[in-house]
Write a protein that binds this ligand. Structure first.
Ligand SMILES: [Fe+2]
Ligand SMILES: [Fe+2]
Length: 256
């Protein structure tokens, strides 16, 4: 037995398997951004030169990842809902409740979109990310409300019967305090003319999902059609300030 041969560690083994998988994917190699690794506690960047040296006959993926659902050439918001959002239930339940509560279409749309940051992209500061994605396509009040629900979630408002969520106590502990930037944002939002729009997102933001509730994306297609300015070129191809975000969602493993 060669005592100099070291058994690979668990993480080395995992890397090996991952690498093998990438090779088997197709002729093209899908790459992971640094952010993807950080979620596993690692800060690392795949070295393109080494990869090329070991795989001179392969190219990196510079378009669609064949493991993900295929997107149409001119994707709509509904296409992203169907093909890129990990979960629709919470968004649909919130929007359904807003409809039931008789709110106007702007509020219903804000409820439908309030957590698209989480559903498709990233948890941290999800209200800001979500607002930025939709900003070029919705009424300013809608994106403002989506942005501000990030902060308002943490502060009660008795006037509308909104209490600090029990779920946050369960999730973050009873002693969790929002960071100063969230407190500052809340103070600003309180004085704003659209305060109640953002607050209504929180009121309709239901945490106890009823798995049997009948919610359907089709119920919101008309509201989206009337209130979301779908670009004719498709989301991601209209050169808007957030087009790159939609493209990244479409092609998350592109090399560059
Ligand atoms: Fe949220
Ligand atoms: Fe939510």
């Amino acid at each position: 037995m060669n005592e100099h041969v070291q058994t690979p560690s668990l993480s080395e083994r995992a890397d090996e398997i991952e690498e093998k998988m990438m090779h088997e994917l197709a002729e093209r190699i899908a790459t992971k951004s640094v952010l993807f690794g950080m979620a596993d506690g690692k800060i690392e960047l795949m070295n393109g030169v080494d990869f090329k040296r070991n795989n001179p006959d392969k190219y990196f993926l510079m378009g669609a990842d064949p493991r993900l659902p295929k997107m149409p050439a001119k994707p709509t918001l509904i296409d992203f809902f169907k093909n890129r959002f990990a979960s629709l239930n919470h968004l649909l339940q919130s929007a359904t409740l807003a409809l039931k509560n008789g709110h106007n279409e702007k509020i219903v749309l804000a409820c439908l979109l309030h957590d698209i940051g989480v559903a498709s992209f990233i948890r941290c500061d999800h209200g800001y990310w979500g607002a930025q994605m939709i900003e070029p396509y919705v009424d300013e009040e809608v994106s403002w409300a989506v942005r501000m629900h990030q902060a308002l979630r943490f502060f009660p408002d008795e006037s509308v019967g909104y209490e600090y969520p029990q779920q946050y106590i369960n999730n973050f502990g009873a002693d969790y305090k929002p960071e100063p930037y969230i407190v500052r944002e809340y103070e600003r939002a309180k004085k704003h003319k659209w305060y109640m729009s953002a607050r209504l997102i929180c009121v309709n933001d239901i945490y106890s999902f009823d798995p049997n509730a009948k919610v359907n994306l089709d119920d919101f297609v008309d509201i989206v059609g009337c209130n979301f300015r779908q670009p004719a070129e498709g989301l991601g191809f209209d050169d808007s300030p957030s087009a790159h975000m939609w493209r990244t969602l479409m092609w998350p493993t592109r090399f560059l």
